[in-house]
Structure formats: structure tokens, C-alpha cells
Design a protein around this ligand. Structure first.
Ligand code: EPS
Length: 405
């Protein structure tokens, strides 16, 4: 895939010592806002419907490399997020061949009954594991904490150029915002921790909470839908000239690779298939305040031909229900191949609001990558120069062609 100005790799098990992430390609001279970084990690931990694990953790990133005196140096950045739960898991998760002296926590029995929907079975077949824990520890959505940390750096790059990202939850189970209810960037950005499901409609949110309570009661889980909105996007990120440079494709991958995401939409998404063209495509009107044409609607979600058109980028993620059910589905015990209920691990009933925060991080990363591709340089100041020159060129090219009304 195109887009390799900015890269990150994560490592870490859900109940291991820590998560680590290395981010390569962050330009020099970015003042790092540590509070903003940790605030993003906190946001990911929230949401109504989370399990007990989130009461144990209070995620914080330790910066190990790439930053000096509060500013990035241009070197790879290494971040560490410790798992507080580690003290309860040392006997189960130690890395040595034998349990080290003083290892704490009870030794958990092997997991042998794969959960339908989780990576358990496919992973055990693929990697030859007998204890499915060797799969689930890494397949767990705990890994998304590392992504949110990486995404926070991307957002800090984008913020230097006035680009901001927010999200909201539109569907939990069968409870949804009224059809056609458009949510503005400012509305999503104004959501606080008082909105336990990151829903912009208080009445709908109450019904979402009730649906989660009912699912918990029934030993079941719920998925939902979230939307990511990015504003302040310059036109011209991504390209139509080659398949792997199309930004909608890159955003699709960024969301599809989040745990439990089964579909992605851009703009009005799947609705484009059932509306006539006249109600899908966003008309182009003469300039008003800026020298560029105006778009009265944004069904395209800010992307035409895989290129940003200057409107808000809008990406929608569809999340399946979490695959650990307290009233487990049928499975087999892999040691005997006999029918047996699936294993139960501590888990969440619903994590859609958390997935929305992870979605913001992934979208931020792809947008920052595309931004650096277009305006790239080795330092923030150099990039700012490129950005301003281009913006000025575009302005001057179109100014004077029409008198703004
Ligand atoms: C998660 C941590 C995990 C799960 C959840 C996400 O912690 P634990 O397994 O100790 O409860 O709560 O992951 C899953 C639901 C899953 O199926 O992988 C987190 O930090 O977000």
C-alpha cells in the first residue's frame, strides 16, 4: 500500500507486562502534548458497557525515545503503556521457561474451547497452539491502546495545520439515531464524558443504555455503528492515479483492521446503492467566502476519486458484538473435539464508543500520512512552508475568476 511517510508497529499481550509502539516518520520540531496523549488513552477506556478490566487499568504512555525537551527530534518515537493487570497474570504470562521467583497471580488453566467470532480457532489452527490463550492474548482489543497512542501523535501533527477529528456513536444494537439525522463536526467534538455512549441525542442514548443493560442481563453482547469526522482538510490528499493511493481505500483499511469492525462506509456509505444519482452526488456551486467552489451537501464524505475535496472527511465503522458471551455459544473442546460451550473470558458487553476513539486514531494516522505525502518535509517548519505555499497557489489560481457574491 502507498503511504509510508508515517508508520507504526505495536507489540504486547493483553495480560503481558506492557504494550509498546514504535512510530516512525514523525517530523522534527513537533511540541509533544503529553496530557493530550494520555487524555486520548483515557477516552478509549470509557463508554457504558465496558467490563471490569477498565476499572483496573488507567492507561498512560511513557515516552522512551524520539522526544527531547518536549519536542520530537525526527527519530523514531517509542511509547510504552504498562498493563496494571500484569500483577494478576504473572503466573500465567511469564516469558521465561520456568516461573520466575515471586511471580504473582493464579495460574489460569489452558483455554481449549474457542469462542465463535474471536480469532481463537483460526489462530490455534494457524499457529499450532494448544492453549488458545497464545492466540487471544494478542488478538485482544487491548492492543488498540497502543494504536490510540500512535494516533494521538498523528492528531498532534494534524492539529498544527488546523485539522481536527471527532466521532460519535449512531447505533447500538437495534437502537439508532433517527434516519437522516446529520451530525455536524462541532456536535461530535462537543461530546464529553457525560455522554456515556458518545451519542449526540440524549433520549436515544438512554435507550442505548437500556439495550446494553438488557444484553448484559441476557448474557449477550451488542455491536453498533460510529462515525468519524475530520474537519479542516485541505483538498488534494490522496490520489486517483493509482489504486493504492486512493485515500478512501486507505481509510477503509485503517477502519477494517480495527477489532470487530465488519464494514466501513464513506459519507452516506451503503446508501449510495439505493439512491438515484441525483440524490447521491454533491452539486458544485459558485464561490462564496473563499475563491473555491462551494458544496451544498457532503454525501461523498469529503472524498471524490479517492482525493479529498476540502469538505469534512466522514468515515463510518460497523462493529459486530463482542465475541465473549457470558451465556456462551456452542463450541468444541479442542482436546477432545466434543461439543462444549465456548470459553468465557472477562469482557465487555459493548465497546462501540471505545472503537470510535480507536477509529479516530486510525483515521488520524492515515490522514497525517497522506498530509505528509503531499506537504512533506523533515521538520514541522519545513512542512508548514510547503503547506502555505500550496494553499496560496490554489487561492491565487482561482481568485479573480468570479466575484464572490
Ligand atoms: C480491552 C481489554 C481486554 C478486554 C477487551 C478490550 O481486557 P480483559 O480481556 O482483561 O478483560 O476487556 O477485549 C476484548 C473484549 C476482546 O475480545 O479482545 C481493552 O483494553 O480495550
Amino acid at each position: 500500500m502507498a503511504g509510508s511517510m508515517l508508520r507504526f508497529l505495536t507489540a504486547g499481550e493483553s495480560h503481558g507486562q506492557a504494550l509498546v509502539v514504535t512510530i516512525d516518520g514523525v517530523p522534527a520540531g513537533l511540541p509533544l502534548d503529553f496530557d493530550a496523549l494520555n487524555a486520548q488513552l483515557r477516552r478509549r477506556q470509557g463508554g457504558y458497557g465496558r467490563g471490569r478490566r477498565m476499572a483496573i487499568e488507567s492507561d498512560r504512555a511513557e515516552v522512551l525515545a524520539g522526544v527531547r525537551h518536549g519536542r520530537t527530534t525526527g527519530a523514531p518515537i517509542a511509547l510504552l503503556i504498562r498493563n496494571r493487570d500484569w500483577v494478576n497474570w504473572q503466573q500465567t504470562m511469564y516469558v521465561e521457561a520456568e516461573a520466575p521467583e515471586g511471580a504473582t497471580g493464579a495460574r489460569r488453566p489452558d483455554v481449549t474451547r474457542p469462542r465463535p467470532g474471536h480469532a481463537d480457532l483460526a489462530g490455534a489452527i494457524k499457529y499450532g497452539h494448544e492453549d488458545v490463550r497464545d492466540v487471544l492474548e494478542r488478538a485482544s482489543a487491548r492492543e488498540t491502546a497502543a494504536r490510540v497512542a500512535a494516533g494521538s501523535l498523528a492528531r498532534q501533527i494534524l492539529a498544527q495545520f488546523g485539522i481536527r477529528i471527532a466521532s460519535h456513536v449512531s447505533v447500538i444494537g437495534d437502537v439508532m439515531l433517527p434516519l437522516g439525522r446529520a451530525v455536524a463536526f462541532a456536535e461530535a467534538a462537543a461530546l464529553t464524558e457525560d455522554a456515556p455512549l458518545r451519542c449526540v441525542d440524549a433520549e436515544v442514548q438512554q435507550r442505548m443504555i437500556a439495550a446494553i443493560d438488557a444484553a448484559r442481563e441476557a448474557g449477550d453482547t451488542l455491536g453498533g455503528v460510529f462515525e468519524i469526522i475530520a474537519t479542516g482538510i485541505p483538498p488534494g490528499l490522496g490520489s486517483y492515479v493509482q489504486w493504492d493511493r486512493k485515500l478512501d481505500g486507505r481509510l477503509g483499511q485503517a477502519l477494517m483492521c480495527i477489532h470487530a469492525i465488519k464494514a466501513v462506509g464513506i459519507g452516506i456509505g451503503p446508501e449510495v446503492a439505493v439512491r438515484p444519482g441525483s440524490r447521491v452526488h454533491d452539486e458544485i456551486m459558485p464561490p462564496l467566502e473563499t475563491p473555491l467552489p462551494v458544496r451544498p451537501t457532503n454525501n461523498a464524505g469529503g472524498l471524490e476519486g479517492g482525493v479529498t475535496n476540502g469538505e469534512d472527511v466522514r468515515v463510518v465503522g460497523f462493529m459486530k458484538p463482542i465475541s465473549t458471551l457470558m451465556k456462551p455459544l456452542r463450541s468444541v473442546d479442542l482436546t477432545t473435539m466434543a461439543s462444549s460451550p465456548a470459553a468465557i473470558e472477562r469482557s465487555d458487553v459493548c465497546a462501540v464508543p471505545a472503537a470510535a476513539v480507536v477509529g479516530e486514531a486510525m483515521v488520524a494516522f492515515v490522514l497525517a500520512d497522506a498530509f505528509l505525502e503531499k506537504f512533506g518535509g523533515d521538520s514541522i517548519e519545513e512542512i508548514r512552508g510547503h503547506y502555505e505555499v500550496t494553499a496560496d497557489q490554489v487561492r491565487r489560481r482561482f481568485a479573480g475568476r468570479a466575484t464572490p457574491a
